[in-house]
Ligand binder design. Structure first.
Ligand code: MG
Ligand code: MG
Length: 277
């Protein structure tokens, strides 16, 4: 079965360029939000900062109204893993907050193109094990991206993410939620699991764009959705971290569309070629 038969969207260079513009808005918004995270700030205030920045950049917040989601970011605190609704919750010293953000940028024809990324940020000083959890999760995301090669397979990424997490200690890797294809829609085939054997799934080709987003807990992998129908929490109450980037592959290597430097520093540090421009 060919890539298009599986619903995998192959982007032209012009379309990837529009995704880069969307990705830069997302990356800049997340860096802005990182600077606003402190004890005493509400997740609703962070959401307002995000929406203002996305719109003033000429983009549209992709989360707002997505299946009825009421915010421009997801803000997930402590044992909330993903999909937290921004609201009255006030961040406290020692918390961690995952901030997930998406933006849509139109190309010359008016078609919108998506960027999707997430960071987990400490609120002041956090427990050492939480700092470690964040480090391991972010590193796993980069190792997953670094494992992607033209001609390889989607689960090469999955295996690299899992291998790194397992090598660093006893953590839970969510299985119910995965990374995903991205382009003219935020969520497209293929799924990009954060665990599993390499060498499976669709082939990695030029024009494919994927969001890689490990969700890792200090405890187990099992999660449930709260009564708000969105917030995903760890069943055992363990705290979680979540990092995400959107990337594509060029002939030269990986290009991380939501990273301000295109991923050059992190990929170079891992000894893999940087494919950005
Ligand atoms: Mg996301
Ligand atoms: Mg995503």
């Amino acid at each position: 079965m060919g890539l298009r038969d599986r619903g995998v969207e192959i982007k032209s260079p012009e379309q990837i360029a529009a995704m880069r513009r969307a990705g830069l808005v997302v990356g800049e918004t997340l860096e802005l939000l990182r600077g606003h995270v402190r004890a005493g700030v509400s997740t609703r205030e962070l959401d307002a900062v995000a929406e203002d920045n996305i719109r003033s950049s000429g983009a549209t917040p992709s989360f707002l109204g997505y299946h009825g989601f009421p915010g421009s970011i997801c803000a997930s605190v402590n044992d909330e893993v993903v999909h937290g609704i921004p609201g009255d919750r006030v961040l406290a010293e020692g918390d961690v907050v995952s901030i997930d953000c998406g933006a849509i940028m139109p190309d010359d024809s008016g078609q919108g193109w998506h960027g999707d990324a997430a960071i987990t940020v400490a609120v002041g000083a956090v427990r050492d094990e939480v700092t470690e959890l964040m480090r391991v999760t972010e590193e796993a995301m980069w190792r997953g991206i670094a494992a992607a090669r033209l001609g390889g397979r989607v689960t090469d990424i999955s295996a690299a993410v899992e291998r790194h997490v397992r090598s660093q200690g006893s953590y839970g890797i969510l299985e119910d939620y995965t990374g995903h294809g991205i382009g003219s829609a935020m969520h497209q085939p293929p799924d990009v699991p954060n665990y599993g054997r390499a060498g499976r799934g669709p082939k990695l080709v030029r024009g494919l764009a994927l969001a890689v987003e490990p969700m890792v807990t200090l405890g187990g992998k099992d999660v449930s959705t709260l009564d708000d129908d969105w917030t995903v929490v760890a069943d055992d109450g363990s705290w979680a971290a979540h990092f995400e980037h959107t990337f594509t592959l060029t002939e030269d290597g990986a290009w991380v569309l939501t990273a301000l430097d295109g991923g050059e520093a992190a990929l170079t540090a891992l000894g893999v070629p940087f494919g950005g421009r």
